[in-house]
Design a binder for this molecule. Structure first.
Ligand code: PDD
Length: 290
């Protein structure tokens, strides 16, 4: 089945789904995005994702391309047209198409809106749950506004490539004081010996992950303590468990950081439980198309 993408008001086969050469997303990475999980025919935590999108747009003085309700319908329709039951929906908004000039375009330039959806590989997810993943560590070389979910992702592209070349799945970035900030495309967590979940506060230095928030809800509902504080790579290597969270990986166990094995090298029980029961804690919007 050919994949369909939404581009500025039209649903198009991927081969025809293009934006202009002078789109500001292409030339300046002047755009924002969101990725939502689709689970069992439902969109996960869409309200929170769209709230974060509203914040990203506002921080960059960008307009909504369409109203929020219309965007919801476009997301659902793109998922439906691609027949995705488990996977992800991606949306990107840029400041639109204009003659190349660093400052914002003068006059009314409509933002560009692109939406794609794709199915995930259930076998790959099963493997991650059973075996866990390895991460490497690398300096965080990003700008200060990583709280905004922009498409300006080159540092993360380089970090992820370094991870892949080392045979790992994710890169944990660390700040100049040696504290872990987050993964290239996920939030970073450790579990202390007494079973407390530890993750960096979202005020500065990381993206406030939607999956991170869902894990906090899960923890609160299950009597698990969460401590929001920075942790070093050394502390992470000595932790009882470690894991990452993101819309595409839910909660995924980390079993190795650089050359250090975490715990006994198998996914820990706390993260495994969370992964199995994760969807209890989230908002699920039925697509009602299957
Ligand atoms: N990335 N931190 C960074 C830098 C991210 O790029 C992401 C998500 C997260 C986790 O956020 P959430 O739980 O809302 O997905 C944290 C998405 C999945 C991506 O770029 O594909």
């Amino acid at each position: 089945m050919s994949r369909i993408a939404y581009v500025n008001g039209r649903y198009l086969p991927h081969a025809d789904a293009v934006v202009h050469v002078e789109d500001r997303g292409f030339q300046f990475a002047d755009g924002v995005y969101e990725v939502c999980e689709i689970w069992n025919g439902q969109i996960v935590d869409m309200t929170r994702h769209l709230d974060r999108l509203a914040r990203s747009l506002n921080e960059l003085s960008m307009d909504w391309p369409v109203e929020r309700r219309a965007l919801t319908m476009i997301l659902r329709e793109t998922i439906r047209r691609n027949r995705v039951k488990d996977g992800l929906v991606y949306l990107q908004i840029t400041r639109g198409q204009a003659r190349r000039d660093f400052s914002f375009p003068k006059g009314k330039v409509p933002p560009t809106l692109v939406v794609t959806a794709r199915s995930s590989d259930p076998k790959a997810a099963l493997k991650v749950g059973e075996e866990g993943i390895s991460v490497i560590t690398t300096p965080d070389i990003r700008w200060e506004r990583v709280d905004i979910k922009t498409v300006s992702l080159l540092p993360q592209v380089l970090a992820k490539e370094k991870a892949v070349r080392a045979g790992a799945k994710e890169a944990w970035m660390f700040d100049k004081d040696g504290f872990v900030t987050e993964g290239a495309s996920s939030n970073a967590w450790i579990v202390s010996q007494d079973g407390t979940l530890i993750t960096r506060p979202a005020e500065k230095g990381i993206l406030r992950g939607i999956t991170r928030a869902a894990i906090m809800d899960y923890a609160a509902a299950n009597g698990i303590t969460v401590e929001e504080r920075p942790f070093t790579i050394e502390e992470a290597k000595a932790a009882r468990e470690a894991f990452i969270t993101s819309a595409t990986m839910t909660a995924s166990p980390v079993v190795k950081i650089d050359d250090s094995v975490i715990g006994n090298g198998a996914p820990g029980s706390i993260v495994s439980d969370m992964r199995a029961r994760f969807h209890e804690a989230v908002e699920k919007l039925a697509l009602s198309v299957y």
